[in-house]
Design a protein around this ligand. Structure first.
Ligand SMILES: [Cu+2]
Length: 154
């Protein structure tokens, strides 16, 4: 296990200036672009460790290239979480709420990764046009505790 960690760190260090995101440039890239790593925990939606440089825009938001975007979502918390993607210019914490959760009928839901267990990983692929999005967990109470983040698609 320790050896694997060392290798991962070495790869992360090398990848720093390689900028793998840039080669997704053209749209019909079948190989699939590098997934966006999302870490869910109590109570935040944060860029995963491996793409700290690329994912950390202003305010800790995420960025992606328009087109098919794959999210690799890690539940790094201790309870089940989910990830909902909505297209919105509102601030991540300003979505309409009803009954302790975001009212999904009042926002433009693009897709979601259904609730999954702590310590596991799920992926979701969505077609995203350029614009502003909010990523959040909509399990009752979680959004209001701060589980949301900005995603900017360019
Ligand atoms: Cu949650």
């Amino acid at each position: 296990m320790a050896a694997l960690v060392v290798v991962a760190l070495a790869l992360a260090a090398c990848g720093g200036d390689g900028d793998t995101a840039a080669d997704g440039e053209g749209d019909g890239d079948e190989g699939g672009a590098t997934p966006i790593h999302v870490s869910l925990s109590e109570w935040m939606v944060a860029p995963g460790e491996m793409d700290g440089m690329e994912g950390m825009g202003d305010m800790g938001g995420f960025t992606a290239q328009a087109g098919e975007v794959t999210f690799e979502v890690h539940n790094d918390g201790t309870v089940p979480h989910e990830l909902v993607v909505v297209k919105s210019d509102l601030a991540p914490g300003a979505l309409p709420v009803a009954g302790g959760a975001v009212d999904e009928a009042q926002v433009e839901v693009i897709g979601e990764v259904e609730e999954f267990e702590a310590g596991t990983i799920e992926t979701g692929t969505f077609q995203l046009d350029a614009g502003s999005y909010v990523l959040f967990c909509n399990i009752a109470g979680h959004y209001e505790q701060g589980m949301s983040a900005r995603l900017t698609v360019e």
